[in-house]
Design a binder for this molecule. Structure first.
Ligand SMILES: Nc1ncnc2c1ncn2[C@@H]1O[C@H](COP(=O)(O)OP(=O)(O)OP(=O)(O)O)[C@@H](O)[C@H]1O
Length: 621
């Protein structure tokens, strides 16, 4: 680590301590100086006591007693006070870091957040933050304490006998060289260790979230093995770290032993030749012992600080990632707006066809934007998760106001991707997205999301009560409003049968409820949000007949008087949709009403036949 890099990292460490820096340093320096001065003062006590022992001078004894009292006072009053002061600042700063990190993770763009395993983020919030706390409370304190002790002892040594002072400096240089060598190695292993801890948390979180599957498929050995591998990696690196520290300690001990031996021999020769008082030698030995432990401690502190700095780097990595923009994301590349929409043709086309523009080629004007009646429009949208692998290709789609538009098509065709783009999770690569006739990027992102209620396939419930989970739709809703939403969503029946009703804890991710019950809570939540546009990733395919019926009833209530874009996996649920759009390979293959599409005998008719050949009982005739 170069001095420049060290300075930069120290500045970063301190930037996270910013609002508490003044009191942190007052407490830290106060505590370190008090503790350093205790060791130095005690060397004087040794000096006076030895002089008293040799000369019988009572004044020397009194001096020693005064110093011991002063030391005791410092130890029992100033040191704890300063210690409380800086530790309080550390706790406050660490709480700030945790909140800052959490706030940043929540605001990360979906694209960025998706790149991290949740276990990795948890590890950064726990292990790395803990490592950072160690830097503030233990390692920096240790460095300040040991440096003050060294400087204080050196000045006194120089005054007592400059030759011993020089010896201390040489010892310092040798120790610094050895410890810098070990610190470099330690930094490398620390970075590795933090990375492996992260991987272990990832494996553990996979194991715990998929416990059911692990048990059912007998994956305990396989998935558990992955956890064990990660844990063994941690052990291996920790043992390597321990070996480095052991070697470092050994080198420091050898230096300490040689120096102390040298001081004792040289000092005793000087005392025997009456060139030095025994008291002075006692004090020099005491100071030299202190200096030797300085290097031992300083070496360990600098080495362990590498662990914290590796944690800091991982925390900064997250804090430096870009947050979600305030505005709805615009397309990365505008591209030539070749197929621009004239409002009247669009309105007519949307009304007549139930949403699909076809191949209208006109120019866009401001007037056009004002007049466009559709709730949502995707115009020439191209998008890919990976560059050069488009998931959607020049897609044109209109969700007409007040109508139900259904997206159907084979798995992987890009249906959910359309919803993700509409919710502003990703910017399209090319094309134009409009919301109620205006370019989506003209809206603040939150405003667009406020217009929409999204009910995903897998309802996300949070640990808390049933009421809490419904109230996420509108945090200010009263109990009566929550209950009314539950009733409309066909959820009040089962909620009434739960042991604590609306106050029942749903468990982690709603584990205490059935799939259908979780869905109906999500529907009640969307009802409470009362957004004009509904995005529905239909989930009834995973439910049994009874749950499906109830969830469908809830959904029907939710869709009343709302613009709806629904992804349908079971064609029976969207037969009455105003427009059905068939999406395959990221392209709109065909669109129309159920009857029109059946009559056309294209993709939809094929899908329909395929589905009802498998499930003839679903055919509505
Ligand atoms: N986060 C992602 N990163 C990379 N590729 C993705 C991601 N999400 C989806 N894909 C890919 O994009 C394509 C379209 O996926 P999408 O989820 O939109 O399909 P879908 O039509 O909704 O499928 P299904 O009916 O099975 O839900 C698929 O090939 C999928 O593998």
């Amino acid at each position: 680590m170069t001095f420049k890099q060290g300075f930069y990292e120290f500045k970063q460490l301190m930037s996270l301590m910013k609002p508490h820096r003044k009191w942190y340093f007052t407490g830290l320096v106060g505590n370190s100086l008090t503790n350093a001065s205790i060791t130095i003062l005690l060397s004087f006590v040794v000096h006076y006591l030895l002089n008293f022992a040799v000369n019988g001078d009572v004044q020397e004894l009194y001096r020693a007693v005064y110093l011991v009292s002063g030391t005791f006072l410092a130890l029992s009053l100033i040191s704890p006070l300063c210690s409380y002061m800086y530790k309080r600042c550390v706790k406050l700063a660490i709480a700030d870091v945790r909140m800052k990190l959490f706030g940043h993770i929540v605001k990360l763009s979906y694209e960025k957040a998706e790149k991290h395993h949740s276990g990795d983020l948890v590890s950064r919030m726990t292990n790395d933050v803990q490592a950072l706390e160690q830097a503030y409370t233990v390692h920096i304190r240790s460095i300040i304490l040991e440096i003050s002790l060294f400087l204080g002892s050196l000045v006194i040594l120089m005054v007592l006998d400059w030759r011993f002072g020089i010896m201390a400096v040489l010892l310092g240089l040798a120790s610094a060289w050895i410890n810098a060598h070990f610190a470099k190695k330690m930094r490398k292993t620390s970075e590795e260790l933090q990375g492996r801890m992260s991987r272990f948390t990832e494996r553990l979180s996979d194991l715990l979230s998929g416990l059911q599957t692990v048990k059912l498929f007998g994956l305990r050995t396989k998935v558990g093995g992955l956890c064990n591998d990660a844990s063994e990696d941690i052990n291996r690196i920790s043992i390597r770290q321990g070996r480095h520290m052991g070697l470092q300690d050994m080198c420091n001990f050898v230096i300490e032993f040689i120096t102390l031996g040298g001081v004792l021999v040289a000092g005793l020769i000087l005392v025997s030749q009456k060139q030095m008082e025994l008291g002075v030698l006692g004090q020099i030995v005491q100071l030299q012992t202190g200096i030797s432990t300085v290097f031992l401690e300083l070496g360990a502190a600098v080495t362990l600080l590498q662990n914290s700095l590796a944690g800091l780097a991982r925390i900064r990595e997250i804090l430096d990632e870009s947050k979600e923009e305030e505005q709805f994301p615009a397309a990365k590349k505008k591209g030539p707006l070749t197929r621009l929409i004239d409002p009247e043709t669009a309105a007519l086309s949307a009304r007549e066809s139930g949403g699909f523009y076809g191949d209208v080629e006109t120019l866009r004007t401001d007037h056009a934007i004002e007049q466009t009646p559709a709730a949502l429009e995707l115009h020439d949208i191209t998008f890919g998760y990976q560059p050069d692998h488009p998931t959607l290709q020049r897609l044109n789609l209109v969700v007409a106001e007040g109508q139900v538009t259904a997206l159907v098509g084979p798995s992987g065709g890009g249906k959910s991707t359309v919803m993700k783009l509409l919710l502003g999770f990703y910017p399209p690569d090319e094309g134009v997205l409009r919301v109620r006739g205006r370019l989506a990027e003209e809206f603040p992102l939150d405003e667009v999301r406020d217009l929409m209620a999204y009910v995903p396939q897998e309802a996300t419930l949070f640990h808390g009560t049933v009421a809490d989970n419904i109230r996420f739709g509108s945090p200010a809703a009263t109990d009566e409003e929550v209950e009314a939403a539950a009733k409309t969503a066909y959820a009040s029946g089962f909620i009434g049968e739960l042991p604590e009703g609306y106050d029942t804890i749903v468990g982690e991710r709603g584990a205490n409820l059935s799939g259908g019950q979780r869905q109906r809570i999500a529907i009640a939540r969307a009802l409470l949000k009362n957004a004009p546009i509904l995005l529905l990733d239909e989930a009834t395919s995973a439910l049994d007949a009874e749950s499906e019926y109830e969830v469908q009833q809830g959904l029907n209530e939710l869709m009343k008087d709302r613009t709806t874009l629904v992804i349908a996996h079971r064609l029976s649920t969207i037969e009455r949709a105003d427009t059905i759009c068939v999406l395959a390979d990221g392209e709109l293959k065909e669109q129309g009403t159920h009857d029109q599409l059946l009559a056309e005998g294209g993709h939809y008719a094929e899908l329909y036949e395929l589905q009802f050949r498998k499930h003839p009982e679903e055919q509505t005739a």
